[in-house]
Design a protein. Sequence first.
Length: 347
Amino acid sequence: MTSPADPRPPFDPEIDAALHDERNLVVTALAPDEVDELRRRSAPPDDLDVTRGGTYALTWHLVPGPPGGPAVRVALWRPVGAAGALPLLVHLHGGGLVAGAVLDDAPAFLDLAAAAGAVLASVDYRLAPEAPYPAAVEDVYAALCWLSATAADHGIDPDRTVIAGVSAGGGLAAAAALLARDRGGPALAGQLLVCPMLDDRNDSASGRQMAGAGVWDRVANATGWQAYLGDRTGGPDVPIYAAPGRADDLTGLPPTYVDVGSAETFRDEDSAYAARIWRAGGSAELHVWAGGCHGFDFLAPAAAVSRDARAARLRWLARLLRGSGAIMDLSLAAAAPGTGTEEGSRG
């Protein structure tokens, strides 16, 4: 718990109301023996939400997995009637590395893809503890390689691929970008990291401040990292492809967008990650949303700060893809997405 010397930053009033709304699934602490229950309580989005009312066609693909690993399932959405090679947004769901599913967060990212005139992909990566590191990040990297190799078959411009993720998915997106850099893999136009889970050491000032409060505190974070890394968690030999927050060399990364709430566990590790990109001479845009808890715009999508966060993501994506003719409607991402309130619980 915090001491009087470490007061917590306040929650935005609309976010605070959502945190106390009994209709919402809010996970503050999560013990290892509670993971199965969290998985059971997660509800998939509505069928119409995952096609944006039929304006996107959803197809499923079983693609070659990492060496020695199983095939990876990928969901692929393309706007109905669209022609030509479109940008690609690769989405990775949240869930603290232990929960979540391939369609989670999809409606919100479909809104973003639609506003950018992009194809959307989502990767069904394996979860811990059943499949510990490096299963999840290798699944993501294998899917990314397949999407690049088959881009022409799906009407995708491989030079305009942006990898994106929420929470654990944001950490996996950052890890996959490091793998692509170091293996000479698919070139990425950008990485969009929404409250990413980056550092297994779990000992930041913001983590200590927010212990026992909000969404996904240090107890939950320790559960996720222990499931993924086991006894290596917090130790000296954790690879940067497991915990990108440990990477000292962030040169050679694509333009990066990072956003995080001021009242959440990941605030300081996410801010430090953006700062290290700047220090390496790279391009990063950082937003720390005042009063936001972890995953605040999924927990309270209609809140003013949530609408602002979605609009800022789209503005960054618009600038990234400027000149491509891809941007269709900058107002779409500011609207409340068609996600359920369950999303606010995910790490």
